[in-house]
Ligand binder design. Structure first.
Ligand SMILES: Nc1ncnc2c1ncn2[C@@H]1O[C@H](COP(=O)(O)OP(=O)(O)OP(=O)(O)O)[C@@H](O)[C@H]1O
Ligand SMILES: [Mg+2]
Length: 233
């Protein structure tokens, strides 16, 4: 069974649709990238999946169960974690406190120990306020927070956006390792080429519509698509 299935989804803000006829599928232990230019509707799509929009209709199913009408905060208990594009850590809390306040965590001490082991940079920064971390450390903390509840699906909204090229590679490596931990991934990225290179499937959004969805390798090989949508990264 697919982890996430979206069909005929329309969504937006107020009484205006931004997205229409969205179809999307994440199969178990796949990485699926959503690419598209600024304003294409990527974050709106993710917010819709996370229950953060009041204007949404169509089919949205996680492991065969409809998510429409399910309160945003329930998703963590169902097994979905989300790293928003901005404000993905609490800057005034320490690293440890950021991990302590995550909802839906079973064995908290064990999970915190695991995260510190998986993201070694956080160990030394345990007592540092998240607002004082470097961009790379902060992104590691955001990932650690997302993985604390042992989710089966992680949704990441432009995790490399504010990072230097050297750090981008590290973040993409972390993402590439997630299926090995039992986590399927829906990744929103403007660095489409690099994201597709670690992905199984890709989907390109333009003006609120899916212009093409295919295997990531096929999208990378399609010169016309590449020229139009994949940019230079
Ligand atoms: N809260 C909001 N209220 C009304 N319109 C919004 C809101 N947030 C976004 N929009 C509009 O929805 C459209 C899609 O925006 P969205 O943030 O989903 O794009 P995006 O693909 O994530 O872009 P970026 O790459 O810049 O993050 C834009 O036209 C934007 O102006
Ligand atoms: Mg966005």
């Amino acid at each position: 069974m697919s982890v996430l299935v979206v069909e005929g989804m329309a969504a937006g803000y107020g009484d205006v649709d931004i997205l229409s006829d969205i179809a999307l599928r994440v199969d178990p232990l796949e990485i699926v990238t959503i690419a598209g230019t600024n304003g294409a509707g990527k974050s709106t799509l993710v917010k819709g999946l996370m229950g953060l929009l009041t204007r949404i209709r169509g089919k949205v199913e996680f492991e065969g169960t409809s998510l429409l009408g399910v309160a945003a905060e329930r998703r963590i208990h169902l097994g979905i974690s989300y790293v928003p594009q901005v404000n993905n850590v609490f800057p005034s809390l320490t690293v440890l406190e950021n991990l302590e306040v995550v909802e839906g965590v079973g064995n908290r001490a064990r999970q915190i120990a695991k995260m510190i082991e998986r993201f070694p940079a956080l160990a030394a920064r345990r007592a540092t306020r998240a607002g004082a971390l470097s961009g790379g450390e902060r992104q590691q903390l955001a990932f650690a927070r997302a993985l604390m509840p042992a989710p089966r699906l992680v949704i990441l909204d432009e995790p490399t956006a504010a990072l230097s090229p050297a750090l981008v590679t590290g973040v993409l490596e972390t993402i590439r390792g997630l299926p090995g931990l039992g986590v399927s991934v829906l990744l929103v990225e403007q660095r489409a080429r690099q994201a597709l290179a670690i992905s199984d499937q890709g989907c390109i959004l333009d003006s609120g519509k899916v212009v093409i969805a295919d295997r990531a390798s096929a999208l990378l090989a399609d010169e016309r698509m590449a020229e139009l949508y994949l940019g230079e990264h």
